[in-house]
Write a protein that binds this ligand. Sequence first.
Ligand code: TXA
Ligand code: MG
Length: 318
Amino acid sequence: PNRESQTELLRDDAAGITRAAALLQAGELVAIPTETVYGLAADARNGAAVARIYAAKGRPQFNPLIVHVPDVEAARRIAVLPPDAEALADAFWPGPLTLLAPLREDSGIAGLVTAGLPSVALRVPGHPLAQAVLAASGAPLAAPSANLSGRVSPTTAAHVLDGLDGRIAAVLDGGSCPVGLESTIIGWDTTGEAVLLRPGGLPRIAIDAALGRPLRRADPGTGDKPTAPGQLTSHYATAAALRLDVIDPEENETYIAFGAPGPLTLSATGDLPEAAAALFDRLREADRLGRPIAVAPIPDKGLGEAINDRLRRAAAPR
Ligand code: TXA
Ligand code: MG
């Protein structure tokens, strides 16, 4: 790798965690592993640091950021959790779940984090390194996925450097992210009922069970929409053209298989968690070959819903 740039590659030991925390306290950007994907972290109270996130990613200003906190108490100091949010936090934090909640006036969170919205997206990550950095820095950490805007999310430190080498202070190397898909995001409709804003690493069926009723998906085109700028049509994009639900690929296409072996398979056995963890890796590998990409059908159940959501966005016209 090119180490002439100033991006430090930090090891997952005490010295690496201390260095990551010191950089964050100084207003620098550090990519950290979470159980979902690598996040590009900054102190969420420091507006200048948060602004550097948008600059490093080349991200549109209106797209707000998730704030990562060590526990539910820290979340409550930033926002007022609706009753169902408390129940979901209790069931699934720490973990791959993000909850929207109205900001407190004295939250201390920089306005840029929520892009001026009255609600903030909060998550308690379960990854031990993310928790260690939160504890060592003592800061709530605003962190989008650590990739250039519109590109696939990184699940290894090498992926982070692919896009951001020289643009950020450091990356803390925690190996591969175990879930491999971004968190599931839950918001609230005008009656206070939970709505699914983004399918992700926590499957809907688990949420239905915790709520005691089926979770409604936010309906784009209704009042739900302005709360979900993450639903930009083209967000997760490959450079190459991408076709979905392909059983019989063309000769010029790179094929990403599912439920069958192959040089590029999401899961030879058809295992959805394995496919989720492999998804962004396989997309990158396929993209490197420079030919159009065709992906096998993925069942729309369990984590398949989030996988298909990411694939549809990656395939959207742009
Ligand atoms: O797993 C994840 O969620 C990763 C890791 C690093 O935590 N983060 C992540 O962040 O995927 P990002 O920025 O790539 O996606 C966050 C999504 C965006 O689509 C954004 O629009 C939405 O959350 N979001 C954030 N704050 C929001 C808010 N206040 N209201 C509505 N949507 C919000
Ligand atoms: Mg992202």
